[in-house]
Design a protein around this ligand. Structure first.
Ligand code: C2E
Ligand code: MG
Ligand code: MG
Length: 247
């Protein structure tokens, strides 16, 4: 009923550049507004919707909504913002995914370079060759690919080398408290090091404090996402946020 009744909304969380703090892209995060229960968190409904197969329909709605919204955002200092959309394991296995992405771009008029799709490491398991082919064909459209929650899945270094990816997102669990240094900084440091060596763009997720940001920036992390910068925003609040960040 929620899918048919369009009870899903999309919130957008800014991701900012380590260089100047300007938003460079925005992650689309699904929200369920239940008429009686209010806001239901994705942590609750995403696993259930994945199990029942309905995540395909929700994912499709999020993709169309995100592309449409991003195509209409104002330029920040002359640059168009990109939007990142999370894919589910089921979506990645659907042969129709390529056509869906191409259609979402065509309908919205969003430039392919302004769309990034986030996958997780565990989604690649299973038919690796087929996943690589799918990702390659999506990349051929000009769309970027990110690995989300990096470090919490299988963290296969050979996949890191073989997958056609652009961005690595360091999972929040490694970012939280990394400013204590020593063993708490070891993993984020190593991820940044390996990602840079592979020419990937590195985003730290869940940055909540200034000291976390400082040490990650010193290690060469390119971008930050987290409550320190902004919580996920309702789509109606994104324009104002972006305009407030223009020089
Ligand atoms: P994710 O893709 O890793 O998204 C980041 C999550 O971290 C978001 O939670 C965001 O609100 C939260 N977050 C960001 N900054 C901070 C921070 O500084 N501190 C803390 N404590 N949390 C922070 P959210 O929106 O609850 O989403 C949870 C997960 O649900 C997402 O994790 C993603 O895996 C999944 N998800 C959300 N929307 C979609 C969707 O449209 N499709 C699919 N397949 N999965 C989605
Ligand atoms: Mg994500
Ligand atoms: Mg994540």
């Amino acid at each position: 009923a929620a899918v048919e009744g369009h009870q899903f909304e999309v919130a957008y969380q800014p991701i900012v550049s380590a260089l100047d703090g300007a938003a460079s892209h925005v992650e689309a995060l699904a929200r369920w507004r239940h008429p009686k229960w209010g806001a239901v968190s994705p942590g609750e409904f995403i696993p259930l919707a994945e199990e029942t197969g309905q995540l395909l329909a929700i994912g499709e709605q999020v993709l169309y909504a995100a592309c449409k919204a991003a195509a209409q955002w104002p330029l920040v200092d002359g640059y168009a913002l990109s939007v990142a959309v999370n894919l589910s394991a089921r979506q990645l296995r659907e042969p129709g995914l390529l056509a869906l992405v191409a259609n979402a771009l065509a309908v919205s008029g969003l430039r392919p370079a302004c769309l990034e799709l986030e996958i997780t490491e565990s989604m690649v398991m299973g038919d690796v060759e087929q996943t690589i082919r799918m990702l390659q064909s999506i990349k051929a459209l000009g769309v970027r690919i990110a690995v989300d929650d990096f470090g919490t899945g299988y963290s296969s270094l050979s996949y890191l080398q073989r997958l056609p990816i652009d961005t690595l997102k360091i999972d929040r669990s490694f970012v939280s408290g990394c400013d204590r240094g020593g063993p708490d900084m070891a993993i984020p440091h190593a991820i940044i090091f390996i990602g840079k060596a592979l020419n990937l763009h590195i985003v730290a997720e869940g940055v909540e404090t200034e000291p976390e940001k400082e040490i990650l920036a010193l290690c060469g992390c390119n971008e930050f996402q987290g409550y320190l910068f902004s919580r996920p925003l309702a789509s109606s609040a994104v324009d104002a946020y972006l305009l407030s960040k223009s020089k």
